[in-house]
Design a protein around this ligand. Structure first.
Ligand code: ADP
Length: 233
């Protein structure tokens, strides 16, 4: 990955906190600034980037033993979802999954990039450790939702990166409050402020909060990221 200036892992403790949604939208937002951006979907067992980027049927070109990333909304991306049948489960033991991760690092023609975002699977397993140790990460962003069950696991993810000397760029609190379009009032469905408290407690930057917003979910389902569709509130 010698042509990549910044390699940033997007990590979470639990699944379903919006890590992939954030990765896709961050990638699109960075590309909109004119930066060259790549996105690696490292969630081998549950790849969601092809769906969120509206590229379910895309297949990457292969030349020699190098895979060409698929381009969508100005972002070059690879995902296990581009290599398998849409509805088929990925049934692999860990060593096979690790092989794919190594190939996503070494056998993808990433070219010159300003940013490579890596959407990690949830948790602190082999994939996270390998990438943290072998991909020369610039830093990691931790995504969490505000409630205790998510925060406790996010703190573990944060510690894992610290233990392998990867700088934590900060914590983002997702699904932070829901503003009702009908009555105008905000309900803190999963509480609020937990992400900021985690950042403070861990001595890392707090990057901000993203509200719970149906537009974000619908844009993910429709394959047009909310920062591309212009529907972000
Ligand atoms: P993860 O990658 O952490 O498993 P996803 O990004 O797949 O999580 O998000 C899980 C679900 O929550 C998706 O359906 C996504 O569209 C939705 N979602 C994520 N963030 C928000 C948000 N801020 N508001 C509404 N829905 C969201």
């Amino acid at each position: 990955l010698s042509g990549v200036k910044n390699i940033i892992a997007i990590a979470s403790g639990k699944g379903g906190v919006g890590k992939s949604t954030l990765s896709v939208n961050l990638a699109v937002a960075l590309a909109q600034t004119g930066a060259k951006v790549g996105l690696m979907d490292a969630d081998i067992y549950g790849p969601s980037q092809p769906g969120m980027l509206g590229a379910r049927d895309a297949r990457p070109d292969v030349s020699g033993d190098m895979l060409q990333p698929v381009k969508k909304y100005g972002v070059d991306f690879v995902s296990m979802g581009l290599l398998i049948d849409n509805d088929g489960p990925v049934i692999w033991r860990a060593p096979m999954a690790m092989k794919i991760i190594h190939q996503f690092i070494g056998n993808v023609d990433w070219g010159k990039l300003d940013y490579l975002l890596i959407d990690l699977p949830p948790g602190t397993g082999d994939v996270q450790l390998t990438l943290a140790q072998q991909a020369s990460l610039t830093g990691a962003v931790i995504v969490t939702t505000p409630q205790q069950v998510a925060l406790g696991v996010a703190a573990k993810g944060l510690k894992m990166f610290e233990q392998v000397n990867v700088p934590i760029l900060g914590v983002i609190e997702n699904m932070s409050g829901f503003a009702c379009k009908h009555c105008g009032k905000t309900t803190d469905i999963f509480k609020v402020g937990g992400g900021e408290a985690l950042a403070k407690h861990s001595g890392v930057p707090y990057l901000g909060a993203i509200p719970l917003d149906p537009e974000i979910m619908m844009s993910g389902d429709s394959g047009v990221p909310v920062l591309e569709s212009g529907n972000a509130s």
